[in-house]
Design a binder for this molecule. Sequence first.
Ligand SMILES: NC(=O)c1ccc[n+]([C@@H]2O[C@H](COP(=O)([O-])OP(=O)(O)OC[C@H]3O[C@@H](n4cnc5c(N)ncnc54)[C@H](OP(=O)(O)O)[C@@H]3O)[C@@H](O)[C@H]2O)c1
Length: 308
Amino acid sequence: MNESILITGANIGLGKETARQLALKKETKKVILFCRNQAKAEAAKKDLEEQTGKKVFEIIIGDVSDADSVRKAIEKIKEPIDAVILNAGGMVGKTAGRATPSGMNELAATNILGHVILVEELIKYDKLKKAVLYPSAEAVPGVKMLGMKPVSMRTSSIDEFAGVLDGSYFGNKFDAVQAYGYVKYAATMWMLSMARKYPELKFVVMSPGNTKGTLAPDNLPPAMKFMLKYFMMPVVFPLIGGMVHTLEVGAKRFVDGISDERYKSGVFYASKEGKLSGDVVDQSTFFTALKNTTFQDNADKAIHRFIK
Ligand SMILES: NC(=O)c1ccc[n+]([C@@H]2O[C@H](COP(=O)([O-])OP(=O)(O)OC[C@H]3O[C@@H](n4cnc5c(N)ncnc54)[C@H](OP(=O)(O)O)[C@@H]3O)[C@@H](O)[C@H]2O)c1
């Protein structure tokens, strides 16, 4: 039972819908909307209050791609929180490959940097009581039918993971669509490493599945965005079946991930092999690199090269 939950990137998309669903649970007393933009956060809070009839929402401003911004935001968290959902992220858009002051590129910094600092500092200051959920993606094990290849790193060494985080792993041509799966893999492995380090807390990795109604497609290159929005999502995926679902269904995976005892710490749950919707299963049953504890710890060590 989680009474207080913090969600990053909660002003739109899956984060906002997750906030709505959690607020409607009778045990929920506080939902912190951790957003980078005050006006967007306030608009989301107002809308969520109207939709749910609940006055449980609070705002904390922070940019998850910026270590200092996250550290300042943590100072505003006075009471321990039950659960944290590390939702902010995605493919970022045109600036994904640009270096941030941490040394990670924007893609990795947005999906990983601030989230690692947030969780580790909350634990350090005894401000996290129960659960952490990280949204990974089916891009990690890949989806054969769509030509999405599984993430395949040569060695999963610390150096290789560090190359994924600063972009050097991908050579001169940085393609955020390809790099996205590798960044989510690094974050997933960090979560699995944390699950072993902190057995008293629950660390669940959960893909929301292919979810309609978010702003995620807007960060794709124009041709891909057009194809996905106007052809794949409305025409092709519904025909194939098991490939797309609504915002409510995607966000429910997050809500269940932190609330339901069926979901265990140290497991990456996503759609069945080759699917993007439907039931979720433990991905390590067919993507076996997830089980390798050395790889998990290598991801953790590589991430910490960028955290001063
Ligand atoms: N949609 C899918 O089908 C899908 C599938 C697999 C995984 N996921 C994952 O699910 C999560 C949510 O995706 P979504 O589709 O809901 O995305 P979205 O609609 O694009 O929303 C992303 C949210 O993250 C926030 N955000 C982005 N960068 C941030 C930063 N540096 N600091 C703070 N907040 C930041 C955005 O805030 P602004 O409004 O200020 O930009 C927005 O609130 C992501 O981690 C994504 O990778 C999504």
